[in-house]
Design a protein around this ligand. Structure first.
Ligand code: ATP
Ligand code: LTN
Length: 329
């Protein structure tokens, strides 16, 4: 069985973008692949997080993983810091990544261009830690949203270079990016990615949003003045985004949704999208509350960490031996 691994960094509440672009796909693939899904808490602290809030977001993220349908009996779910090998291999990967490669990472470049102050060294080297996350488990596939493709490609480059230098060690992973829903856009600015770190919350739907709030955000989504329901991503990005959201959640073709609403006002289409989103959120939220009340998280995370440590430590020991880091007695 091929292996798949992915993670989410809960620097805030998980969003509809995380769900459609990543989480939902983990659930879809878990029967077909050996699935490892982790909470990337080390990645969260590349920028300051209020400690109590961070801790709450981590708990919520695990509960949401389960609420969205990840099954701990068939998938391995764990917390990054429960497996020390991530930090150690992360450092080794940083020693095998060139500055030029990190300078090319668009996520880092964007932040530098925006003149954001006090960017940390951790943020800069974060793709090295992400490479370690993936390579420790010899994952064949990494299901992610579009914005993470470049980081998985860097992982491939670093893995290939390491294999050439030290002998076959890592499986070279492939990113797995869905055709529909890999980049859900902000409802208030359809030219920007829907992001949990957005300044205002209007453009972002959180999985734990009150249903009325979520509905209002969709009904108030920025569209355009063209006034025709059609698929024109260039000129009607807001409308396109709404249709893409509904299409991913219902698995209906985008064209079929257009055909249903063609000739009608945007309000009708928005109401349909709101219905689809709210019914999905309601299901997730009901399960989330059940899970939080059941106090089952600790045991699941302990079991996940034990399984993850076994595989990760094996890879790390192999790497350390190949590099010559160990003293032979
Ligand atoms: P932020 O939302 O703060 O920008 P992020 O998306 O970069 O954070 P994560 O929350 O770790 O970081 O993302 C987890 C997964 O969700 C990744 O695979 C990412 O590609 C995917 N994802 C995030 N936002 C979207 C989006 N708007 N559309 C599709 N996929 C997304
Ligand atoms: N960088 C990712 C989260 C992440 C990840 C990973 C995803 C950290 N390590 C390994 C896939 C595989 C992000 O989405 N911000």
């Amino acid at each position: 069985m091929k292996r798949m691994l992915s993670g989410i960094k809960p620097t805030g509440q998980l969003t509809l973008g995380n769900y459609i672009g990543a989480l939902r796909n983990f659930v879809k693939y878990q029967d077909e692949y050996e699935m490892y899904v982790f909470i990337a808490n080390l990645h969260c602290i590349t920028e300051y997080q209020e400690p109590l809030e961070l801790s709450k977001n981590l708990t919520d993220a695990v509960a949401l993983y389960l609420a969205c349908g990840l099954d701990p009996d068939i998938s391995t779910i764990f917390l990054q810091t429960d497996v020390l090998a991530h930090a150690e291999l992360g450092y080794i990967m940083a020693c095998n990544t060139y500055l030029g490669e990190l300078n090319r990472m668009t996520q880092f470049k964007d932040k530098t261009l925006k003149n954001e102050k006090n960017l940390t060294a951790g943020l800069y080297t974060y793709p090295c830690l992400m490479a370690a996350d993936i390579l420790l488990y010899n994952a064949n596939y990494v299901p992610v949203g579009e914005d993470q493709k470049q980081h998985v490609e860097l992982t491939r480059d670093v893995a290939t270079r390491f294999n050439n230098k030290y002998g076959e060690t890592f499986v070279v992973p492939e990113p797995l990016i869905a055709k529909v829903g890999a980049r859900i856009m902000s409802l208030s600015d359809p030219n920007k990615k829907m992001s949990k770190s957005e300044e205002t919350n209007k453009g972002c739907i959180y999985l734990l949003d009150d249903l009325n709030v979520a509905r209002k955000k969709i009904m108030g989504a920025v569209t355009d003045s063209v006034g025709i329901i059609q698929l024109d991503k260039q000129n009607q990005p807001g409308l396109y985004n709404l249709i893409e959201i509904a299409s991913s959640l219902t698995e209906r073709k985008m064209e079929d949704i257009i055909n249903e609403f063609v000739g009608q006002g945007y309000g009708k289409l928005k109401a349909y999208v709101a219905d689809v989103v709210c019914s999905e959120l309601e299901k997730i939220q009901n399960k989330y509350h059940e899970i939080i009340e059941s106090h089952m998280l600790e045991k699941i995370m302990q079991d996940g960490a034990a399984k993850a440590n076994e595989i990760a430590n094996k890879t790390l020991n192999d790497v350390k031996q190949k590099i010559g880091l160990e003293i032979k007695y």
